[in-house]
Design a protein around this ligand. Structure first.
Ligand SMILES: Cc1cc2nc3c(=O)[nH]c(=O)nc-3n(C[C@H](O)[C@H](O)[C@H](O)COP(=O)(O)OP(=O)(O)OC[C@H]3O[C@@H](n4cnc5c(N)ncnc54)[C@H](O)[C@@H]3O)c2cc1C
Length: 387
């Protein structure tokens, strides 16, 4: 039947993506999580099926689709495997989109086709050990050398670090300029001087490798700089706006999984001689989950529909991420509660929902930073008629 808040074409994309995910991704998601298997195979498959670089013009290897279409694919992936969803989201919203929006035609021709076909996976390297929420404080240096730049520094918590084939690296050409010195570069995995820390052992999205990216005087030719010197910071914020819609969609997928699993269990599980779904305490929890999910979808899809308006809609993107991620965590807890003791056991797979959900409140801007963005605009442009 599809979702009433999507049109027929959007529902068709959602249905096709969910069918692919159920057939190809879901069956091995728990295994990949347990064994920390990076989802390269999933990404290759998504590339072969036309789901990578969906917003990119077909002339450069994409599908010329809407931002919402891509958002629906993130949601479909996250319903089965939030680790693949984040690798997909970083590849598309933070790496491909950077080249698509800010690259020259020569750079687009050189990099986008492989990225859109899943032959190369892209990563985004902004955060540093001492520069997380305040990315403007980064200290990785880009020093001018003959024909290009020498990059030196360490990037912390990079999704796909050591697995991805290309890295969008942010470094400063002049720390005195603060954010005005931050510049973006595309660095290939095999560049001399580039190395990676071991996979970091983490709570959830365990198949999505997270590693330090270490740059020791890595030579980057001028032709691999994206945009102009000093453009990097506003570029990163622009990209993170879209990334946050993606993380909101990751939350939606987790909420959908929590609700579907809980509904099924509430019908099947009997206590006191009847299904637990007949108890009001369980019913209210289910009703709240369905209501929150609907609200989160409205917010996330609306944010995706406004993506092209860019930073002017930044609070809308922040609201979608804030609402969706916080509810994803809550719903994962709800699902565990509905499953009782079985929910706490790895075998039933609902504990993974909570492990995978928590990160949505942290990466691509924490919930505190989302509230800061929203409140800053409220206090700046407070207009009672438009609240
Ligand atoms: C699994 C994982 C994958 C990641 N992938 C990537 C990636 O691919 N690329 C990349 O560049 N980065 C990545 N990150 C980094 C991520 O974006 C940062 O962890 C995040 O932005 C928070 O930064 P931090 O961890 O340094 O926390 P901090 O900034 O040190 O924050 C610590 C706490 O202080 C709060 N805080 C900070 N400033 C304020 C403020 N002004 N007001 C109120 N509260 C505040 C925060 O909300 C948080 O609760 C990843 C992180 C993880 C854990």
């Amino acid at each position: 039947m599809g979702l009433s808040i999507l049109n027929a074409d959007e529902n068709a994309i959602r249905d096709a993506a969910r069918a692919l995910v159920r057939r190809e991704v879901a069956p091995h998601a728990a295994h990949d999580d347990a064994h920390e298997i990076y989802p390269r195979r999933n990404m290759e498959l998504l590339g072969q099926q036309g789901y990578l670089g969906m917003i990119v013009d077909p002339a450069f290897g994409g599908a010329g689709a809407s931002y919402l279409a891509q958002t629906l694919v993130v949601e479909a992936l996250a319903e089965a495997d939030p680790a693949t969803a984040v690798v997909y989201e970083v590849h598309n919203s933070l790496h491909i989109e950077a080249i698509w929006r800010f690259g020259t035609d020569e750079q687009r021709r050189r990099w986008l086709p492989d990225l859109c076909q899943g032959k190369a996976i892209g990563a985004f390297a902004l955060s540093e050990a001492e520069a997380g929420s305040n990315a403007a404080a980064l200290i990785a240096r880009a020093r001018r050398v003959n024909g290009g730049y020498g990059l030196t520094g360490r990037k912390m918590f990079i999704t796909g670090g050591g697995e991805a084939d290309r890295y969008l690296v942010f470094a400063t050409v002049n720390p005195d300029l603060k954010e005005g010195g931050i510049t973006a570069f595309v660095v290939a995995k095999d560049a001399a001087g580039l190395s990676f820390g071991p996979p970091m052992d983490k709570m959830g999205i365990r198949a999505a490798r997270t590693s330090e990216v270490i740059l020791d005087n890595v030579f980057v030719p001028e032709s691999d700089r994206l945009g102009q010197e000093g453009d990097g910071y506003s570029m990163a914020l622009y990209l993170l706006d879209g990334g946050r819609i993606g993380i909101a969609a990751q939350g939606l997928g987790i909420m959908q999984a929590a609700l579907s699993r809980s509904l099924h269990y509430a019908r099947e599980r009997h206590q006191f001689g009847r299904p637990i779904g007949t108890f009001e305490g369980v019913q209210w929890r289910l009703a709240n989950m369905a209501t929150d999910l609907h609200a989160a979808r409205l917010m996330t899809y609306e944010a995706a529909r406004h993506r092209e308006e860019g930073p002017a809609q930044r609070p809308l993107f922040a609201m979608a991420k804030l609402f969706s991620s916080e509810h994803a965590v809550r719903h994962a807890e709800d699902a565990i509660q509905i499953f009782g003791g079985y929910g706490y056991m790895t075998e039933f797979g609902v504990e993974r929902l909570l492990r995978d959900a928590k990160i949505t409140e942290i990466y691509e801007g924490t919930s505190e930073i989302m509230r800061w963005i929203i409140a800053s605009q409220l206090l700046h442009d407070y207009d009672l008629d438009n609240i």
